[in-house]
Design a protein around this ligand. Structure first.
Ligand code: KIV
Length: 293
């Protein structure tokens, strides 16, 4: 029997629906790679990056279509409770990275090389990066600094490990700066930062984080390089943004620089929930009949 026009229309619609949903599924679950980030920059699509340090949060964040998950050495602050990022060790970073990698199906996972594991010589830097890649299964490493660590960065990249740079406020050097204030406001430091961003691109970094610098300077850097720049407190003329997960979720309350946008007040919600739990226990309200065996 010949198909009616309405049947033909239905078949065409089902066909397009199938193509549309499978395309969306492929887009949602396709692994983000360093190459994807460059494509995103070239297509003017902004890159989203957030930190994570454990399996449970990494799994939730990965389901939120974040592009890059950074296992940041900010774990030293928000997980271990240290004042700075200086004390965290390579073993501790690998422990966090392993848990994150197990949870992540889509995002690119980048891991910070901690203080003291790459600055002194390129051989040590490569050894540290290899340990992170082999023991955690992460996809790339991040190092803080410019020309002073160029040999370390080059050696790691030549061994086939993708490297993300980090310029501006580099928290591992906090004792050199003395404060967490905005960096590169003066001309000399600004020029040095521009040269470092160009150098990191030349030696093969796939992206660089710019932390806490004037937005005009970030814009200038952007006009000089072709690789993606990810900002944190560097304005909106860069190719993407990164935040520490605990700040975005409002788990931290005392750290309040202007670049943080808190999307939740999770700290208060947790306090309220735990208070209700305590009160239910005291009032013999928990467990109830349905919650017992
Ligand atoms: O360790 C970290 O969380 C970072 C981001 C602030 C970029 O390096």
């Amino acid at each position: 029997m010949p198909l009616k026009i309405s049947d033909t229309l239905a078949v065409v619609m089902i066909f397009y629906l199938f193509i549309f949903t499978s395309h969306r599924l492929i887009m949602e679950y396709k692994r983000i790679t360093t190459k994807t980030l460059l494509e995103m920059k070239n297509n003017n699509e902004k890159i989203s990056m957030l930190t994570a340090y454990d399996y449970t949060f990494a799994k939730i964040i990965d389901q939120s279509n974040i592009d890059v998950i950074l296992v940041g050495d900010s774990a030293s602050n928000v997980i271990a409770g240290n004042e700075t990022t200086v004390p965290i060790t390579l073993n501790e970073m690998i422990y966090h990275a392993k848990s994150v990698v197990k949870a992540v199906k889509r995002a690119l996972v980048v891991v910070d090389l901690p203080f003291g594991t790459y600055q002194s010589n390129p051989k040590l830097a490569l050894k540290s990066a290899i340990r992170i890649m082999k023991e955690s299964g992460a996809h790339a490493v991040k190092l803080e600094g410019g020309s002073e660590i160029k040999d370390s960065v080059s050696k790691i990249i030549r061994a086939g490990i993708p490297v993300m740079g980090h310029l501006g406020l580099t928290p591992q050097s906090i004792y050199k700066f003395g404060t967490y204030s905005v960096r590169a406001k003066e001309k000399n430091e600004a020029n040095e930062l521009i040269n470092d961003a160009i150098l990191l691109e030349e030696i093969g970094c796939f992206a660089t984080v710019l932390e806490k610098i004037p937005s005009e300077l970030a814009k200038k850097v952007s006009s000089k390089v072709k690789y993606p720049l990810i900002g944190i407190g560097a304005g909106n003329q860069v190719d993407g943004q990164v935040l520490v997960m605990h700040d975005l979720l409002g788990l931290t309350t005392e750290f309040n620089p202007r670049f943080i946008r808190r999307y939740l007040n999770l700290s208060q919600q947790i306090i309220d929930a735990v208070k209700s739990y305590v009160s239910d226990i005291k009032k013999l309200n928990f467990p109830n009949e349905d919650e017992m065996y």
